[in-house]
Design a protein around this ligand. Structure first.
Ligand code: KG4
Ligand code: ZN
Length: 344
């Protein structure tokens, strides 16, 4: 693969409720990483409202890009390539970032690189750990996806398995919502779980047989909802901290067991955590311990790089363009883009 230590990559991310831009020098030197979050705007609706998200991206996208350029202490003419998330995500939200990226790439006459948001999450780890190199196993746990990906090289991935139904983050958000916690639910459950007993309620762990790397969280989500309804019908007291802790324990058990099983199967020695749910303190704790017990290296991104950001898009974009994988100006949004095998 070609390398260019000096090239500046400007990246834009607008797939959900964060408008973000970043400037990266070469492979891993992050010059700026600006994130404008819409969480307070969507909180009163209990979740992201797509139309409102698109409108706010339109308002924020240029100021966020300007700030990323300014904070990096560079000028727009110094930018050597533009990377942008083209999926998965909300179509209207993605189109705002894409339009801005295309306009900049065209005006600056530099390559445009369309980046898969989920691959971006994996690459956030390269920015937190300068020494990290493939091959490794990535456990991707975000709001919309849960997957185990064998990263053989920078541009060569194999899917080990993914979720059949709900993603882990989705389950966190839905369970939190029924418990009356604010959006986004993941951090709320994480906080509440610290005060509860993880053994208070025995929730199910799906597809737990060895050698199965697929996930399923919809049964667990329903089990929590049924438990809450049953308690309410009986007018029994609900200990929210215990429910949060027991639910979180069930999610962490499944993620940890499958990740360690996949490590044994592939004989890899490095496990990497990625996606918004990587910010969960219980998950990070448990995976670190499991990695230690099994003699594995374990990496997870710093908190600000776990959830949506453009720095990870810049990093993924850099490695794509060095391998000659650039897009043209017809690049379109792909809302349901998934994680698939990449490279030969
Ligand atoms: O990766 P991300 O920022 O957006 C997507 O690409 O989906 O992930 C967002 C998800 C949400 O479901 C949110 O509740 C969850 O990550 N999340 C957490 C925590 N922080 C964010 N889940 C559990 N514990 C956390 N501390
Ligand atoms: Zn994400």
């Amino acid at each position: 693969m070609r390398r260019d230590d000096n090239i500046l990559t400007l990246a834009i991310e607008s797939s959900c409720d964060e408008t973000a831009a970043a400037v990266l020098r070469g492979e891993r030197e992050l010059l700026s990483n600006i994130i404008s979050t819409q969480i307070p705007i969507h909180q009163k609706f209990g979740g992201v409202v797509p139309e409102i998200a698109s409108r706010n991206h339109i308002v924020n996208v240029m100021p966020v890009i300007d700030e990323a350029i300014r904070a990096a202490n560079v000028g727009l003419p110094d930018i050597g390539q533009v990377a942008v998330t083209y999926g998965p995500g909300l179509v209207g939200a993605l189109l705002v970032g894409l339009s801005a990226a295309k306009a900049l790439a065209f005006a600056l006459d530099v390559p445009l690189i369309g980046v898969n948001h989920l691959e971006g999450h994996i690459f956030a780890n390269f920015l937190s750990a300068a020494e990290l190199e493939p091959p490794f196993m990535a456990l991707v746990v975000s709001g919309g996806h849960t997957a185990l990906v064998h990263v053989k090289d920078y541009n060569n991935f194999r899917m080990m398995g993914q979720t059949r139904d709900d993603a882990a983050g989705e389950a966190f958000d839905k369970v939190a919502r029924v418990m009356g916690l604010p959006y986004p639910g993941g951090p709320e459950i994480d906080r509440l779980a610290k005060e509860g007993n993880p053994e208070a309620v025995d929730f199910p762990r799906a597809l737990s047989e060895k050698g199965n790397y697929e996930f399923s969280f919809s049964g667990l989500k329903s089990a929590v909802l049924n438990y809450l309804n049953a308690q309410r019908m009986k007018h029994a007291e609900i200990n929210k901290a215990d429910v949060a802790a027991s639910f979180q324990r069930a999610v962490i058990d499944v993620l940890t067991e499958k990740a360690i099983d996949a490590m044994r199967k592939t004989k890899l020695d490095t496990l990497v955590l990625a996606g918004g749910v990587a910010a969960n303190s219980g998950l990070e704790d448990r995976l670190r311990k499991a990695a230690e017990e099994n003699g594995l290296n374990f990496y997870y991104p710093s908190k600000s790089l776990c959830t949506d950001n453009a720095a990870m898009i810049a990093c993924r974009g850099y490695y794509m363009s060095m391998a000659g994988e650039v897009s043209n100006l017809y690049l379109n949004a792909v809302p349901n883009l998934g994680l698939t095998d990449v490279g030969g």
